[in-house]
Design a protein around this ligand. Structure first.
Ligand code: ASP
Length: 349
């Protein structure tokens, strides 16, 4: 029997491969009912936990994830916050890193685990990776220190033996079970026979400060990836998009971009109009250092700010989150230089 003081976890099923089944006629994967998901994981009944669930109706492929649904997730977590020790969100892998990043900013002062997981093979398939991911995520969501505080009070992605900080994570593989990486921050836990937590890498919560949920987003943003041969009229058209407020500029190497006069002029004109431009690298590993090369220095002069070693998912969602709070461009630039949820590494001075 489950005692009232036993760990409690709320399982939120948004959709994705983990809950899918093959349509016998078309061969396509389609979402199935959450009750069937539990039927396929009878092991869950062996936990001495109180596990409750909430299902998106209809479940979505994560390609359809959007800020209104992030707000819905925050509402569900916020509404149930006091009643559960932790939360597990079942989510399609394709946009899981965006959702994890967004939630890390929306759930301010989080003191409980919010673990996103999914799978590459549906949970009803014999070789599924979903069962392992789900069972371990539940265990992590319920894990506490002897003093009763959560071991991992963060928004994380758990996938194939690794617990990663959500806003540091990127999907890198459409085939293998090992689908996610956090290139610029170590894993928070590694799972083998034991779950080995990296206690000094895990964010410390302030349990006495109440969790503050945020809901607003402004999606007037764009990702602009540089490539050799990029044309002025195309860059100009993007930067003159009506309503555009922020740009994630994906540059080369340690934050380098063409030195052409037209390019720097286009960026300067945009930043002068109040468009916030954040520089992140097309390289997965390493940090933007704009002061390192002449090309980077020109970007600083054009008003471009550094995204340091953030992922594209993180910078994009952070900009949308900050824009949603009606801050001035100057305030947004200041907040982008501040780590809100451990999303970038502070550069050494
Ligand atoms: N297309 C699916 C989704 O992201 C893939 C997955 O679940 O892994 O919803």
């Amino acid at each position: 029997m489950i005692k009232p003081d036993y760990p409690s976890v709320l399982l939120i099923y948004t959709g994705g491969t983990i809950g899918m089944i093959e349509n016998r006629e078309t061969g396509a994967l389609e979402a199935f009912n959450f009750d069937q998901l539990l039927e396929n994981v009878p092991e869950l009944k062996r936990f001495n936990y109180r596990i409750s669930s909430y299902q998106f109706n209809p479940p979505i492929d994560s390609s359809d994830m959007e800020p209104t649904l992030w707000a819905k997730l925050v509402k569900i977590i916020s509404y149930n916050y006091e009643n559960f020790d932790g939360f597990v969100i079942l989510h399609g892998t394709d946009t899981m890193a965006y959702t994890a990043s967004a939630l890390s900013f929306m759930l301010e002062n989080l003191s409980k685990p919010v673990i996103l997981t999914g799978s590459q093979l549906p949970i009803g398939v014999l070789r599924t990776d979903g069962k392992e991911n789900l069972i371990t995520s539940i265990e992590i969501a319920a894990a506490k220190h002897p003093d009763g505080t959560a071991i991992v009070p963060e928004v994380c992605i758990f996938f194939e033996n690794h617990l990663l900080r959500g806003n540091r994570t990127t999907k890198i593989n459409a085939e293998n079970f090992n689908a996610f990486r956090s290139y610029n921050y170590p894993a928070l836990a590694t799972v083998g026979i034991h779950i080995k937590y990296e206690y000094d890498k895990i964010r410390k919560a302030e349990p006495n400060v109440p969790m503050h949920p945020h809901y607003a987003f402004d999606t007037n943003v764009v990702i602009l990836t540089l490539f050799p041969g990029i044309q002025e009229n195309i860059v100009s058209n993007i930067l003159h998009t009506p309503g555009l407020k922020a740009v994630v500029l994906k540059t080369y190497g340690s934050g380098n971009a063409p030195q052409k006069e037209w390019f720097i002029r286009q960026l300067s004109e945009a930043t002068e109009k109040g468009i916030v431009i954040v520089n992140i690298s097309q390289c997965q590993t390493g940090m933007v250092e704009m002061a390192r090369y002449e090309t980077g220095l020109q970007l600083i002069d054009a008003g471009v700010i550094s995204g340091y070693d953030s992922t594209v998912e993180c910078v994009l969602t952070k900009l949308m989150f900050l824009l949603g709070h009606n801050l001035t461009p100057r305030e947004i630039r200041n907040e982008m230089r501040r780590s809100l949820a451990g999303e970038f590494t502070r550069p050494k001075l």
